[in-house]
Design a protein around this ligand. Structure first.
Ligand code: NAD
Length: 355
């Protein structure tokens, strides 16, 4: 007998090629006539593109979005919005820029239109992580969810292959954890399987031809679904590990996910038979954790936490932090097995079969 609760958040999503030409119309339908455009410092080209398409709905730019949404940067951006009498926000970029857009929307109530250019998936969630005095805290609030998301495959063509691979693996992690989350929504299970399949097809095709619209569209489409999965399900061991590793050692977000994912899945695999059946189908592989490790490795992705800045003594430090405050997980969190997981991920070894 099935029992579930399914909640679909209200948001408008436009997906395609050349879709940013619709920005003026889309901002107008949110009541914006003076949009503040957000980006990171090295995304000036995209910001300029957006500015041109907004025409007289453009009020100004704030191009200082940074990873992990530091609250002092948010304060400067809010001040800029007031100074320009902005009546809405258009964020164009990866998860860092989306995060800034969410933080401003939460503080000001301004409408937020998001134009994602990586596969992080943040644009689909009502989750915001902010950093104050070096400490990152995460909150969930319906006001954080962007109102409209415009996916334009063209804007992702310039995303370097190495960032694309890590970012695509980061997206897959959202779908994989959604498959074994507590009380899963059946719609999320369908989305997650489709998302994993689409990204697993698209990533090798991007590595082969980064300018392929079809390959880029497969991964961006998958990333959209993955973000929706993240919003509609709880997080487990994989996300806990990544939050601890990112927070404690300043490791790069997407690469950390890409390295940890095969190991976290291997840790859980004997406890999640329904999810494993879906992941096997999606990846067309009998051993999904091996398939994920090989996918990342064969496309040139980093496989060792030590190669992205984690010190060896960090293994015990991270273990302590996870054990002190674990997220719910299908397999109980066992110290020795978790230490073995962290060591394998630190050294870059293939995931071990679940112990
Ligand atoms: P990012 O936004 O920092 O982007 C990575 C780099 O790629 C940046 O230098 C950026 O300027 C560049 N870039 C982005 N798009 C590009 C393009 N099309 N072409 C060339 N360069 C491009 O990183 P990210 O991995 O997208 O996002 C990570 C952040 O998002 C983290 O802070 C993470 O916590 C957050 N996040 C939040 C959620 C959520 O639901 N709240 C979900 C996923 C990620």
């Amino acid at each position: 007998m099935r029992e579930f609760v399914s909640v679909a958040p209200a948001m408008r999503v436009i997906f395609g090629s050349g879709t940013i030409r619709q920005l003026k119309k889309e901002t107008a339908s949110l009541g914006m006539t003076r949009a503040l455009v957000l980006s990171t410092a090295n995304q000036a080209t995209h910001a300029k593109h957006v500015r041109d398409t907004l025409e007289d709905h453009f009020a100004g730019t704030f191009a200082e979005a940074r990873m992990h949404t530091p609250i002092e940067v948010t304060g400067q951006a809010v001040a800029r919005a007031h100074e320009l009498s902005a009546d809405g926000i258009v964020s164009v970029g990866g998860g860092s820029t989306t995060g800034l857009g969410k933080a401003i929307a939460l503080r000001t109530g301004l409408p937020h239109l998001c134009v994602p250019t990586t596969y992080a998936g943040s644009e689909m969630t009502s989750v915001l992580g902010e950093t104050a005095d070096g400490v990152k805290t995460t909150m969930r609030d319906p006001r954080i969810l962007p109102h409209t998301v415009v996916y334009d495959v063209d804007l992702t063509l310039g995303l370097p292959v190495s960032i694309s691979i890590a970012s695509g693996m980061n997206a897959m992690a959202h779908a994989i954890e959604a498959l074994y989350s507590r009380d899963p929504d059946p719609v999320v299970l369908l989305m997650a399987e489709e998302a994993i399949r689409s990204i697993a097809i698209g990533l090798p095709a991007i590595a082969h031809d980064p300018d392929s619209h079809n390959a880029r569209a497969d991964v961006l489409y998958g990333a959209w679904l993955c973000g929706a999965c993240l919003d509609r399900s709880g997080m487990a061991l994989h996300h806990k590990l990544c939050h601890v590793l990112g927070g404690s050692f300043g490791l790069p977000h997407a690469e950390t996910h890409a390295i940890v994912l095969p190991h976290a899945l291997a840790y859980n695999e004997r406890y999640i038979s329904d999810a494993m059946a879906r992941i096997r189908r999606a990846l067309s592989h009998d051993s999904p954790s091996t398939a994920l490790f090989e996918l990342n490795r064969s496309l040139g992705g980093k496989t060792a936490l030590r190669d992205i800045g984690m010190p060896e003594e960090g293994i015990d430090q991270a273990l302590g932090l996870v054990l002190r405050d674990p997220y719910w997980n299908p397999r109980p969190i066992e110290g020795p097995a978790l230490r073995a997981l962290l060591r394998a991920a630190w050294e870059g070894r293939p995931p071990a079969a679940a112990g």
